[in-house]
Design a protein around this ligand. Structure first.
Ligand SMILES: Cc1cc2nc3c(=O)[nH]c(=O)nc-3n(C[C@H](O)[C@H](O)[C@H](O)COP(=O)(O)O)c2cc1C
Length: 214
């Protein structure tokens, strides 16, 4: 089957994206508003961008009424009304219930930290706290926000951040900066309400060498 997305409703396009682009890593994003009130939400439209400078992105879509989610309102640059900072905490098996719980749409003044029982720990270089229970946190300064269709329901927004400080739990990483995936136990998002673990892994070389490997 094949389609022109223009012939599909928005819900079907969304199902195609989340069901076929899998597995997706999950950023548990902490932000603060200009009054310093904390916010926490998971985003699986998330990835690294580059290492020079160290850059990543996450994508908070617009709400059904076309307005922007709190994470975007808080993380957008200062000149755009926000705080210009956010922290990406890696989602793991240990905190999987809290990660999903943090997607609860709370009133702006209420914090998902309190709802799910995760601990805000002070960051080193940015105002939003990191999540103490997450073994990896990337403190970020917002470099750019790209809005693909401002004001429209379900339209995507890309928040690009420069990483200004990194936290990794000691036992996860060696002196060569290799992380132990078993200990990290990251979880990913699939379609619908499905998630995956990262316990089934395999190795292979790149390029031509991959073709001749077992
Ligand atoms: C695992 C998971 C991944 C999610 N990924 C996204 C995403 O990539 N983009 C998005 O807009 N919403 C995503 N959501 C929904 C948001 O977390 C949810 O709308 C949340 O309430 C937004 O919070 P905020 O308004 O405080 O920013 C996801 C939810 C879950 C449970």
């Amino acid at each position: 089957m094949h389609w022109n997305p223009d012939d599909l409703d928005v819900a079907s396009r969304y199902k195609l994206l989340i069901g076929c682009i899998v597995p997706r890593p999950i950023a548990l994003v902490s932000t603060v508003d200009r009054e310093g009130r904390t916010n926490l939400a998971p985003f699986s439209f998330f990835n690294g961008v580059g290492s020079n400078p160290m850059t990543l992105l996450f994508c908070p879509a617009n709400k059904p009424d076309g307005s922007e989610k709190d994470s975007l309102l808080n993380a957008r640059p200062i000149e755009d009304g926000g705080v210009g900072e956010f922290v990406v905490n890696v989602s793991t098996e240990q905190i999987e219930r809290q990660v999903a719980g943090a997607a609860e749409p709370l009133a702006h003044a209420e914090s998902e930290f309190d709802l799910v029982g995760l601990t805000p720990a002070p960051s080193v270089a940015v105002a939003p706290p990191r999540v103490l229970e997450s073994p990896v946190s990337f403190e970020c300064r917002t470099a750019q926000v790209i809005r693909t269709n401002p004001g429209e329901p379900a339209a995507g927004n890309i928040v690009i951040g420069h990483v200004v400080h990194v936290h990794v739990t000691d036992e996860l990483i060696n002196e060569r900066f290799h992380t132990d995936p078993e200990k990290l136990a990251a979880i990913g998002r699939m379609g619908g309400l499905m998630y995956c673990r990262t316990r089934d892994r395999f190795e292979m070389p790149m390029g031509r060498a991959a073709l001749n490997s077992e």
